[in-house]
Design a protein around this ligand. Structure first.
Ligand code: ZN
Length: 343
């Protein structure tokens, strides 16, 4: 078991010269160019698509069917918006991401070799220690004790996830990050979990006071509360009042000692979480899941994969879905939060 913490309860980026104004000419890869040309002609669309040279599945050509573009807006630190599409690659369900110059494909229900920085995770971590603590920390106050969101009149309820990439996380390849952690999660949220309100994901980096947060200090719960405050202060400067529908996550590199062996942490049914790049592919979905009242007890092992709320089981890859009951848990949590905000 990977996600962990202890009994606390732990359930557990003037004068610009003319040259500077010239935007760099980004050379799209052949796969990305081919993909764009087909998609521009309308969906659904079926065609043969050569894999990117660094496709996580290795070299090859896929017969793909691109069905639809997802609605969820995902914004990266450079201001680029990831375009995420659903469809099939060969005989498998797949999620396609267009971001920057490249195209990424995440094939669902398939184990893939983990190759690059997104982590040491891909280098087969050692089995989790025993006993394993839990990663879901129950907030010291009651869930409703936190000041509910004061949504401005006429504002539209939206489920917003803010992911702050810590300065030490080494996650500068946004397309890879999106493909590994976000694209399939967004698909599952839109198509199965269906929280009933729009979802937006904003990813930020290099923000003094936030992405340089010292998460190694203090106990795990103290660290979560302190980061929640740091993130809320940043959001406030952006004109955003924190609410139960505004979730924040610090994405870090190596796990600190105060996580007691966990690969991530979250305040259950609250707004704050942390995840390590050394954890499983479903680490981001898992920890945000805790903030949405998804539970370990409803996780499923669907050999050879595990659903999002499962602990990290070496040898079993991520199914890249929540499970039926956790879909319900999340849906109900969001409906209640929307109702509270409306009052
Ligand atoms: Zn957990």
């Amino acid at each position: 078991m990977p996600f962990v913490t202890r009994k606390l309860t732990l359930v557990l980026a003037a004068s610009l010269t003319a040259t500077a104004w010239q935007a760099p000419i980004l050379a799209q890869t052949p796969a990305a160019s081919l993909f764009d040309a087909h998609v521009a002609a309308g969906l659904p669309k079926s065609f043969a698509l050569p894999r990117e040279t660094d496709d996580e599945r290795g070299p090859g050509v896929d017969q793909v069917v691109i069905k639809e573009r997802l609605d969820t807006d995902v914004v990266y630190p450079d201001g680029s918006h990831a375009m995420t599409y659903t469809g099939t690659a060969g005989s498998h369900e797949a999620v396609f991401t267009r971001l920057g110059e490249t195209l990424r494909i995440s094939v669902l229900g398939q184990s893939v070799e983990a190759r690059t920085t997104i982590a040491q995770y891909r280098s087969a971590p050692a089995p989790a220690p025993t006993p394993v603590p839990d990663d879901a920390i129950v907030p010291s106050s009651t869930p409703s004790a936190r000041t509910p969101a004061t949504l401005a009149k006429n504002s539209v309820a939206e489920l917003r996830f803010w992911i702050f990439l810590h300065d030490d996380a080494g996650e500068s390849n946004y397309a890879k990050f999106h493909n590994w952690y976000i694209a399939w999660w967004v698909r599952d949220m839109e198509r199965s979990v269906k929280p009933g309100i729009p979802i937006k994901v904003v990813i930020k980096d290099r923000l003094p006071g936030v992405t340089d947060f010292d998460y190694r200090q203090g106990r795990a719960d103290e660290s979560l509360y302190a980061f929640r405050n740091a993130a809320d202060r940043y959001l406030y400067t952006q004109g955003i009042v924190s609410s139960a529908l505004t979730k924040v996550m610090l994405f870090v590199g190596d796990r600190p000692d105060n996580w007691k062996g966990a690969y991530g942490l979250a305040l259950a049914r609250d707004t704050v979480a942390m995840a390590s790049g050394t954890g499983p592919r479903h680490g981001v979905a898992h920890e945000f899941g805790h903030t949405l009242n998804a539970l370990h007890e409803h996780a499923e092992t669907r050999f050879p994969c595990v659903t999002n709320m499962s602990a990290y089981v070496p040898g079993l890859f991520s199914c890249q879905i929540h499970s039926g009951q956790n879909d319900v848990q999340i849906r109900e949590y969001v409906q209640q939060a929307v109702a509270r905000d409306a009052n």
